[in-house]
Design a protein around this ligand. Structure first.
Ligand code: NAD
Length: 344
């Protein structure tokens, strides 16, 4: 007998080439009249274009995502919703505003990070990154427009794609996996494994972009409804303590975390292998990374070998659930393989 809990996150999704054209309608359906558009400084042109499309319904652009949470700015302008256009950082800023003010968020993702589908937020307080889950921060509407991802540089597209695959891979051996989530995770990996080589070959290939963004949506959705394991713990420690870049760290660690968990999660591995058309999940991920020119080692993304011992200790201090039990020695061996970029 099957027995499970399935929770779907109640966001409305609009997915299409030129989906951005639906934004005014979506804002109207939310009952909002005064949207504040958020972006990073690098994506200010996109935010300005969105603001222009909204006309009277925009109160302006806030192109400083990441640095500050502009609660006062939103209040001063009388904003009644925020539009977050960009990657995980910009969506994260929208969530921080929602957490404090309750304003609804419309997310327009332009990377494959998947944050728009989760109720997970991160706040930096006194230099420490804290994360939590709260339904309040979940975007009400998500607009996926592959055209907006055409300019995402190939290197970032690839690492962001592996970041997404990591969510789905860990969902497949999550403690609280259910059959619906498993289906979504496998399909998400399949779409990205198909789309990433298309994008690497031609970044303007709309079919490839669409495959990747569709995969990113599914991978984000499964991240939002399952609990993550060793891979995410490792990345959290490396990103939080050594400030390693987010998507690159997820990429480098993934094949090693999968190899570590391989013997303990045969059904998950079979799904990954089917989705990626590979005889071995860990080796297949590593080979695809290599083929697509992704970083392969912690060394090349800024980690120091002397810090591996401390990283292993930090991982063991407050471990997440993991299908295979962890030891400090095992973690250290995993990190050593990732440091040098050995094929697992
Ligand atoms: P990012 O949002 O930091 O973006 C990196 C850079 O790429 C930025 O300068 C951005 O402006 C630029 N960029 C984004 N899209 C672009 C495009 N289409 N064309 C050109 N430039 C573009 O990177 P990210 O990897 O998307 O997000 C990482 C952050 O998201 C981390 O802080 C991570 O913790 C968070 N995150 C949170 C969740 C969650 O559920 N809460 C999930 C995944 C990631």
């Amino acid at each position: 007998m099957r027995s499970f809990v399935f929770e779907s996150m109640p966001a409305r999704v609009v997915f299409a080439e030129n989906a951005i054209e639906h934004l005014p309608r979506e804002i109207e359906q939310l009952g909002a009249r005064r949207a504040l558009v958020l972006s990073t400084p690098q994506q200010e042109a996109l935010a300005t274009d969105i603001s222009r499309r909204l006309g009277q319904r925009s109160v302006g652009v806030y192109p400083h995502a990441v640095m500050h949470v502009p609660i006062e700015e939103a209040a001063r302008l009388g904003a009644d919703c925020v539009v977050a256009a960009g990657g995980g950082s910009t969506v994260g800023l929208g969530k921080a505003i929602a957490l404090e003010s309750g304003l609804p968020v419309v997310a327009i993702p332009t990377t494959y990070a998947g944050s728009e589908m989760t109720s997970i937020y991160g706040l930096t307080e006194a230099g420490l990154k804290k994360t939590g889950r709260n339904r309040r921060v979940l975007p009400k509407v998500v607009i996926y427009d592959p055209l907006l991802t055409i300019d995402l540089p190939v290197a970032m597209s690839i690492t962001s794609g592996f970041n997404a695959i990591a969510h789905a891979a860990e969902a497949l051996y999550a403690e609280n996996l259910n059959p619906i989530t498993a289906m979504m995770a496998e399909e998400g990996i399949r779409a990205l494994a198909q789309g990433m080589p298309q994008v690497a070959k031609n970044p303007r290939d709309l079919d490839g972009r669409s495959n990747c963004l569709y995969g990113a949506w599914l991978c984000g959705a499964v991240l939002g409804t399952t609990s993550m394991a060793l891979h995410h713990k490792l990345c959290h420690v490396l990103g939080g303590t050594w400030n390693l870049p987010h998507a690159e760290t997820h990429t480098v660690i993934l094949p090693h975390a999968i190899a570590f968990n391989y013997p303990a999660a045969p059904e998950a591995m079979a799904r990954i292998e089917r989705a990626m058309k590979t005889p071995n999940a860990a080796g297949g991920i590593f080979d695809l990374m290599k083929q697509l020119g992704a970083p392969l080692s912690l060394k090349e993304i800024g980690m120091k070998q002397d810090d591996l011992e401390r990283a292993a200790s930090l991982v063991m201090e407050a471990p997440y659930y993991n299908p295979r039990s962890t030891t400090r020695e095992g973690i250290l061996r995993l990190l050593d393989g990732a440091f040098f970029g050995r094929r697992p």
